[in-house]
Design a protein around this ligand. Structure first.
Ligand code: A2H
Length: 253
């Protein structure tokens, strides 16, 4: 990590009206939280989007007049990857904190849910991807543990001014069958390893190692137009479709 070049698919999560207070000035415009993922084939299972409440984000305008929200660091990288009108300049429209984004309603490409919400994850790193992570609790142990924390702890929801309807109705969706773990692999592994919160870092690392490669090599799609096909055979195809329909862009770091 830190060297070489990793390709991320940036998923465009469109902010829906009514915009949160600190985005009101952009209402009516195509504003997107852009989430970096390595798993575009899991987008059917999105239940929410994660930001870190205390990280700083910016809103900037792309050359196709979209407004993207991500960390300043990633926006700078994007400015050198032809995302903006002037190479190297990211045309910052506004500085924000994660806190400002919490509770924002979003339209997420391919998601089973037509509207999802922006929620806090305290383990998001400032120095990776865009600082925005889309949540797929069926297949990501980190996402499963963090969503469960919010579901189990009313005080945690209250602390971030989140209403119950932004959290409680969102159940993991079975989207990929991983032999040995079934079609809700992240919840199965979190239960098996007795993971109690997003802060169980060591156990979560172990959980990820156990399901990640297996999901990639042996996973079978259970939903969508590639139902019945192997994940490794359709991952690129699905990514291409998201790019062609302007629901995602490629980002390198
Ligand atoms: B993945 P790698 Cl279903 N901080 O997307 C913490 N985590 C971040 C991040 C950040 N700044 N930026 C991206 N990520 C997450 C889907 C997914 C992911 C599934 C299963 C596993 C998985 C849905 N969340 O990642 O260290 C994003 O979550 C397992 C590692 O560069 C991204 O892909 O390998 C992944 O971590 C990139 O992490």
């Amino acid at each position: 990590e830190g060297v070489g070049c990793q390709e991320f698919t940036l998923i465009k999560l469109r902010v829906l009206e009514p915009f949160p207070k600190n985005l009101k000035e952009f209402e009516g415009k195509p504003v997107h939280l852009v989430a970096a993922t390595l798993r575009p084939e899991t987008m059917y299972g999105q239940t929410n989007c994660w930001v870190h409440p205390d990280i700083e984000y910016i809103a900037f305008e792309t050359k196709s007049n979209d407004i993207f929200i991500c960390t300043k660091r990633s926006a700078r990288n994007m400015a050198y990857q032809e995302f903006t009108k002037d190479i190297g300049s990211c045309n910052t429209l506004k500085e924000l904190t994660g806190q400002d984004l919490l509770g924002a309603a979003l339209k997420a490409p391919l998601s089973f849910y037509s509207k999802i919400y922006t929620l806090p994850m305290l383990t998001i790193r400032e120095d990776k991807g865009t600082g925005v992570v889309t949540s797929v609790p069926s297949d990501s142990p980190d996402d499963f543990a963090a969503l469960n924390d919010l579901k189990k702890k009313p005080a945690l929801r209250a602390k971030y001014f989140l209403s119950d309807d932004m959290v409680l109705p969102f159940e993991p969706i079975p989207i990929i069958n991983v032999p040995g773990f079934g079609n809700l692999s992240a919840s199965v592994i979190c239960e098996k390893l007795k993971i109690n919160s997003q802060n169980d870092r060591e156990k979560l690392q172990e959980a990820k190692e156990m399901v990640y490669l297996k999901g990639f090599y042996d996973g079978i799609m259970e939903i969508g137009e590639f139902k019945g096909k192997k994940v490794q055979d359709i991952k690129k195809l699905l990514q291409k479709q998201l790019l062609a329909t302007n629901q995602a862009v490629l980002y390198y770091e």
